[in-house]
Design a protein around this ligand. Structure first.
Ligand code: 3PG
Length: 416
C-alpha cells in the first residue's frame, strides 16, 4: 500500500472537498429502490468526519443496476438515506458536472454536503474499463467530469475501495490535479486485508463457491502458488468444475448449465490445479438437487443425475465444518449453493454458521457473499467484512488495483 495521506489528518475546515465513495447498492429489479444499505452505512464515517470538521463536501458515486454496466438509477434515494443516517441534510442535484452542479457546488457553505447524480451517466466513466475504448491517465484528466470539477476543489478524497479495480476518471484522475487523501474506509479496508493476507494464522482456509468462477480461479492460482492457502474448500459451481476435472459426470442439466455460462474452459485449469496441489484442494463428496420441491442428495459416486445440482450435500458440509473449526484464518468468497431457493440453502446456511462460530480469523467480501451471509448469520460474528467484491478478489489474488496505483503515482510525483 502506498503511503497515502489519510483524510483524518488534514485540516479541512472551509476547504472544498470532493469525495468519491462507493454506495453502489443492490436495488429491486422492478422498483429500482435500494434493498441493502451496507455500503451506505460503511461510507458514513468519512462523510460525517469531513462535514463535522467544516468541509464544503461534495460526494460523487455510481449506482449500477442488476445488470452489469447498466447505470441508469439516479442517486436521489441515496441522498435521502444519507440525510436520515447522518442526521444532517445531504442535498442532491440531478446533474454531475454541468452548469447546475457547478452552481450548487460553489454555493455550498462550511459543513454542508451535496451528493451529485450517478457519475456513470457520463460514458467516459464506463468506457474506460473492460471495454474497447480506453483512456490514458492523462486523457482521463481531460474528461468532461474532471475538467469541470477539479478547478472547483481544494482536495480530493477517495473512500471507494469497492471500486478500486476500475480505472475510471472519478477514481484515478483527480489525484493528478489535486492534493489527495484516502478516506477512513479505504484505509481500514486496505490495512485490514493486508494484515490478514500478509501473515495469516495457520492453517489458512479459503472457502470458495458461487457462480463467479473466474474470480475463484484467479484467487486460487495465487494463494496456492505462494503458499498463502493451506486448504481450499470448493462449493457451488466452482466445486462442480473440480468434480468434472476429476472425471465425474454430473449429468446433462448441470453440464448444460455450466456450458451455457461459458465456464467449461475452467475444467482444464482445475485439472492442472488438482495435479499440482492434490492435497490442498477439496471438492464436494456429495451434492444436492431439488426435485418437485424435495431435496435429494447424491454421493459423487452415484452421479450423474438428470436434475440440476443446486447445493453441496451433508457429508461435504460436515467435512468442511471440521476444517473451518480448526482453521487459524478463513477467507470466504461466494455462497455454497442456490441459497435463495428452498431446499438449496442447507450448504450456505450451515457453512455460514460454521464460519460465524469459527475461533480463527474470518474475512468475507463481495455483494453476493455478504448478502448470503447476512441472511443466515450476524455479520458482527465475522472478523472482517469487506465492502468489495471484484476489487477484493483482485487484491487477494495480487493483481494491481488502479486506485492504489494512482495514489502511488501521486505520492511519487510529490516526492520528486
Ligand atoms: C461493485 O459493485 O463491485 C462496485 O461498486 C463496482 O461496481 P462495478 O462492478 O459496476 O464497477
Amino acid at each position: 500500500m502506498p503511503d497515502i495521506p489519510s483524510s483524518a489528518d488534514l485540516d479541512v475546515t472551509g476547504q472544498r472537498v470532493l469525495l468519491r465513495v462507493d454506495i453502489n447498492s443492490p436495488v429491486d429489479p422492478v422498483t429500482k429502490r435500494i434493498v441493502d444499505e451496507s455500503r451506505i452505512d460503511k461510507s458514513l464515517p468519512t462523510i460525517r468526519d469531513l462535514a463535522a470538521r467544516g468541509a464544503r463536501l461534495v460526494v460523487m458515486a455510481h449506482q449500477g443496476d442488476a445488470l452489469d454496466y447498466h447505470n441508469l438509477v439516479p442517486t436521489e434515494e441515496h441522498a435521502a438515506k444519507l440525510t436520515e443516517k447522518l442526521g444532517r441534510p445531504v442535498q442532491w442535484v440531478d446533474d454531475v458536472a454541468g452548469p447546475e452542479a457547478r452552481r450548487r457546488i460553489q454555493a455550498l457553505g462550511n459543513g454542508e454536503i451535496l451528493l451529485l447524480d450517478n457519475i456513470r451517466m457520463y460514458g467516459e466513466e464506463l468506457s474506460t474499463f473492460e471495454r474497447d475504448v480506453r483512456l490514458t491517465p492523462e486523457q482521463m484528466a481531460d474528461t468532461y467530469l474532471v475538467r469541470n470539477l477539479a478547478p472547483l476543489f481544494d482536495l480530493y478524497v477517495n473512500d471507494a475501495f469497492a471500486t478500486a479495480h476500475r480505472a475510471a476518471p472519478s477514481m484515478i484522475a483527480f489525484q493528478r490535479l489535486l492534493p489527495s487523501a484516502a478516506g477512513l474506509l479505504l484505509t481500514a479496508e486496505v490495512e485490514g486485508l493486508s494484515r490478514i493476507l500478509h501473515d495469516p494464522t495457520r492453517p489458512a482456509v479459503f472457502l470458495l463457491g458461487g457462480l463467479k468462477v473466474s474470480d475463484g480461479f484467479s484467487v486460487m492460482g495465487r494463494v496456492l502458488g505462494d503458499g498463502l492457502a493451506d486448504r481450499i474448500l470448493t462449493t457451488g459451481v466452482l466445486g462442480e468444475i473440480f468434480l468434472l476435472a476429476d472425471g465425474i459426470e454430473l449429468g446433462p442439466t448441470t453440464e448444460r448449465f455450466i456450458a451455457e455460462h461459458d465456464l467449461l474452459h475452467h475444467v482444464d485449469e482445475a485439472e492442472e490445479l488438482l495435479a499440482d496441489y492434490p492435497d490442498r484442494i477439496a471438492a464436494p463428496v456429495d451434492v444436492a438437487v431439488v426435485d418437485g420441491g424435495v431435496r435429494r442428495e447424491f454421493a459423487v459416486a452415484d452421479l450423474p443425475t438428470d436434475t440440476l445440482i443446486v447445493d453441496v450435500g451433508e457429508a461435504t458440509i460436515s467435512a468442511y465444518e471440521v476444517v473451518i473449526a480448526a482453521a487459524g484464518t478463513v477467507f470466504v468468497n461466494g455462497p455454497a449453493g442456490a441459497y435463495e431457493h428452498e431446499g438449496a440453502d442447507l450448504g450456505t446456511r450451515r457453512l455460514w454458521a460454521a464460519v460465524a462460530a469459527a475461533p480463527g480469523m474470518t474475512a468475507i467480501g463481495g455483494g453476493d457473499t455478504v448478502a448470503s451471509a447476512k441472511r443466515f448469520v450476524d455479520l458482527d460474528d465475522i472478523g472482517f467484512v469487506s465492502t468489495a467484491g471484484g476489487a477484493l478478489i483482485r487484491f487477494v489474488s495480487g493483481q494491481p488495483l488502479p486506485l492504489l496505483d494512482a495514489f502511488g503515482a501521486a505520492v511519487d510525483r510529490r516526492s520528486t
